[in-house]
Design a protein around this ligand. Structure first.
Ligand code: ADP
Ligand code: MG
Length: 156
């Protein structure tokens, strides 16, 4: 079952990210937990990621991985990989990065513009769709695996 919520402002998105990562961390999974963050430029994908990463205790900045493609965080015994594939011109770049190694069992992968890496990324456990509603946003979570279903159950 999917889950949807209205996010009136940036702070609501950050707070939702903090709640979402708590749910993700409660899930046991034999593989990486992968979230595809979908939405137009400026929708709030990076803002949500910031809430999730800071929710795990990261104190510093969460910079957008627009130029680096991926930023890594080691928090609470987990590895968080925050991808932004918007500028990926050739999916082969992901092969050169050793993309498969990012999807190991103890990692959480947050992926903006996953469609640019089609065929080379793990399938998502959760699709997170953020859309505009005037100046606010609406977020919709669509489970794509048993783990995704379990995460949504924890939000209810
Ligand atoms: P993306 O990564 O999807 O391109 P960003 O998170 O970088 O988007 O930027 C979102 C922008 O929209 C920020 O400038 C933020 O202040 C603004 N904004 C306004 N309302 C919201 C909201 N409810 N959630 C997230 N961002 C919002
Ligand atoms: Mg972004």
């Amino acid at each position: 079952m999917s889950y949807s919520r209205f996010l009136p402002d940036e702070q609501a998105t950050i707070d939702f990210g903090r709640m979402l990562i708590r749910a993700v961390c409660q899930i046991t999974s034999p593989h990486a937990i992968t979230l595809y963050l979908n939405g137009d430029l400026g929708a709030g994908k990076t803002t949500l990621s910031r809430g999730m990463i800071q929710g795990l205790g990261h104190q510093g900045n969460v910079k957008s991985p627009t130029y680096t493609l991926v930023e890594e965080y080691r928090l609470q015994g987990k590895r968080i990989y925050h991808f932004d594939l918007y500028r990926l011109s050739d999916p082969e770049e992901l092969e050169f990065m050793g993309i498969r190694d990012y999807f190991s069992a103890d990692s959480i992968c947050l992926i903006e513009w996953a469609e640019k890496g089609a065929g080379l990324l793990a399938e998502p456990d959760l699709s997170v769709n953020i859309s505009y509603t005037d100046n606010a946003r609406r977020i919709e979570l669509i489970p794509q695996s048993e783990q995704g279903e379990a995460i949504i159950q924890l939000l209810k």
